[in-house]
Design a protein around this ligand. Structure first.
Ligand SMILES: [Zn+2]
Length: 221
């Protein structure tokens, strides 16, 4: 299981790819059987260097742009049309546009809408796990964050979720929301924190395994 590199996935023009850290010189790239672009790089390669490598070499591959939504890969198909609309089927995201200039806006608006709808359902499901605890369901704010998957604001009874979570499996998103909800009760990662976590989400370790790069892991705070 791997994930879309953070910060490069919200742009329809950008190339989505997964980075696998390996001990080797330089950077290598391949296309998986599912049409995903995977870049192998050593831990010292900067994001800029990897981005540049991908942009310089992507044309050498028979590669179709794709996006990962809630952990599933969708090929992006863009079609000129009388109406502007984004829809999806089992493995394809169809962007119908009147004017090429609006593609990026349509795409970003679609991701924003689907995040809002799905995150809200997931919050309800996770909140249900806390029926033995007394706190009001927190308000959810979604925005792109550079350094964390979620942030809890107990004083405002709100949780901010990283908009990039839209690319990750629901099981992982549930973990992030659960983690932040516990911070409404326990501000630190104390023993009490983990006691609640094990109680409300006994399989949390499996969910953490859904992310695998060190970069993704360091956002878990
Ligand atoms: Zn925390």
């Amino acid at each position: 299981m791997s994930d879309v590199k953070k910060g490069n996935s919200s742009n329809a023009k950008a190339v989505n790819y997964t980075v696998k850290i390996s001990r080797q010189k330089g950077i290598r790239m391949r296309v998986t059987a599912h049409g995903e672009l995977v870049v192998h790089a050593n831990p010292f390669c900067t994001k800029e260097a990897i981005d540049k490598y991908v942009q310089d070499h992507v044309n050498e591959f028979n590669y179709q742009p794709s996006v990962r939504i809630f952990g599933r890969s969708f090929r992006i198909k863009k079609v000129k049309s009388q109406t502007s609309h984004v829809s999806y089927s089992e493995n394809e995201l169809l962007i119908q546009y009147k004017d090429k200039a609006e593609i990026e806006t349509l795409y970003n608006r679609f991701l924003k809408k689907i995040s809002k709808d799905v995150f809200s359902d997931v919050v309800d499901m996770v909140y249900f796990r806390f029926s033995d605890y007394e706190f009001e369901k927190p308000k959810i704010i979604i925005r792109n964050m550079k350094s964390s998957w979620g942030v809890c604001h107990p004083d405002k009874n709100s949780i901010t979720l990283n908009s990039q979570l839209v690319h990750y499996p629901i099981d992982f998103i549930e973990y992030v929301i659960c983690h932040e909800m516990i911070h409404l009760l326990e501000p630190n990662h104390s023993e009490a924190f983990y006691r609640i976590l094990k109680e409300v989400m006994p399989d949390y370790k499996r969910r953490l395994d859904l992310i695998e790069t060190n970069e993704e892991k360091q956002y878990l705070v």
